[in-house]
Design a protein around this ligand. Structure first.
Ligand code: FAD
Length: 404
């Protein structure tokens, strides 16, 4: 019998395990991950950016967890020798119409307590000599990190505290039984007093299996990247972002210098026909049918048909992708870019067609479900883990069992 079982060995599940171990040193903690290694899905295929928190609605979980999380992530990387760098970034308006939105972003950054500065196109050029723009802002606390390394460290710390970590173990069924929950997997049956669902792209399904309706469905959006050829890496010194469309939770294709010094360009945001569909041709009938029979999807599609079509064009046409990048760096050419990895975002969508903007954490009887943890959840992971643990109701049977 375990006190806590976590489903999902991505950055959110593992940070929660680490926070549990600190808060309840005597607790028996179990982490179940269906893949053969940690950080296999969203966490291992992201942009590797430590976001500052400039974009998010003041007062939201995203704004708070990201600002605090950027600080705790940098500290964690420093303490554990994890490759990272606080290099800052620029966000640039490439035409006059974008200036009011850039100004909103600047004000939002100030409201969120982030160090931001308006900079002229000449000042942008001092930081990023190849960028063409009409205005910019500099965000100082943005950084880059190796999130896979972060996850392996979280896992090691859980294990050092006596946690039980199981790879290749997929939760198939959840059966409530009195005060405990029985988790049936491909690798045996486990009993737990408390269940923590951090299953990312499958978090809505896991919630339903445990009898909780998240009132939102995970819709997978693939983010495809190109990489600059090594000879052209000089075009990008740090991170270069456009002004995002405020109606979407995605930031627009951008340039990111990764911690290994490669430079990635992307990601776009195209509907994936499979939850773990990393290739354009990936298709899963169940995943696809669930999306197209979901009323929320058609409401979203009706509202944003133009943007959706543009994303599909950009997914299939390298020329269209390159045109988006040329708005930031006009001299970048198609031959300077080679396709590289893709990641799939787990984005929760509500029945009414609204994308869930904030992190969505749902508490149930002896369980908690993280049903929307998109970007900046990697940055925010330490804060999300701490918040989940702080909110676990100290029910008497659980408190006695773990000596709380
Ligand atoms: C393209 C892209 C770029 C991004 N860029 C950034 C960025 O630069 N900075 C940032 O802060 N954030 C970024 N993000 C967001 C960030 O990567 C995610 O928010 C974060 O990784 C989510 O972590 P997670 O643990 O919730 O999910 P995941 O990493 O997806 O982990 C969930 C885990 O649950 C497991 N699982 C699912 N079902 C089961 C089951 N039944 N049994 C057992 N295990 C199961 C899965 O195998 C998976 O390993 C990006 C995301 C994407 C996709």
């Amino acid at each position: 019998m375990y006190d806590f079982a976590i489903i999902g060995g991505g950055i959110v599940g593992l940070s929660t395990g680490m926070a549990l171990g600190k808060r309840y040193p005597n607790a028996r903690i179990l982490v179940l991950e269906k893949e053969s290694n940690w950080a296999f899905h969203q966490t291992g295929n992201n942009s590797g950016v430590i976001h500052s928190g400039v974009y998010y609605k003041p007062g939201s979980f995203k704004a708070k967890f990201c600002r605090d999380g950027a600080t705790s992530m940098v500290q964690f990387c420093e303490e554990n020798n994890i490759n990272h760098e606080v290099c800052g970034k620029v966000i640039v308006a490439t035409n006059e119409e974008e200036i009011p939105r850039l100004e909103n972003l600047y004000n939002r950054g100030l409201e969120n307590g982030i160090e931001v500065k308006r900079i002229s196109p000449e000042e942008v050029k001092e930081i990023e000599p190849h960028v063409s723009c009409v205005a910019g802002i500099r965000v100082y606390s943005t950084g880059i990190a190796n999130y896979k390394q972060v996850c392996f460290k979280y896992a090691e710390l859980i294990q050092n505290q006596g946690g039980d970590l199981r790879l290749n173990t997929k939760v198939l069924r959840i059966v409530p039984s009195g005060d405990k929950q029985v988790l049936e997997t491909n690798n045996g049956t486990f009993e737990t007093r408390y269940l923590i669902n951090c299953a990312g792209l499958h978090s809505d399904r896991i919630a339903k299996k445990s009898g909780v309706d998240p009132k939102a469905k995970i819709v997978p959006f693939r983010g495809e990247y190109y990489e600059l050829t090594p000879e052209k890496r000089y075009l990008v010194k740090t991170l270069i972002y456009p002004v995002p469309n405020p109606d979407f939770p995605f930031l627009g294709v951008h340039f990111t210098r990764m911690i290994d010094n490669s430079v990635h360009a992307g990601p776009n945001a195209v509907l994936s026909l499979k939850r773990e569909g990393y290739k354009k041709t990936d298709f899963d009938l169940r995943d696809f049918a669930e999306v197209i029979t979901y009323p929320g999807f058609w409401k979203l599609a009706a509202k944003h048909a133009d943007e959706g079509i543009q994303e599909i064009i950009r997914s299939f046409s390298k020329a269209a992708f390159v045109r988006s990048l040329q708005k930031l760096i006009p001299e970048v050419q198609a031959e300077d870019l080679v396709p590289c990895h893709a990641g799939v975002r787990a984005q929760a969508l509500m029945d009414d067609g609204k994308l869930v903007d904030d992190f969505l954490i749902i508490h149930g009887q002896n369980c908690v479900h993280v049903c929307n943890a998109p970007s900046p959840a990697a940055t925010s992971s330490i804060e999300i883990g701490k918040a989940i643990v702080a909110a676990i109701p100290e029910q008497s049977h659980l408190a006695t069992a773990i000596g709380a």
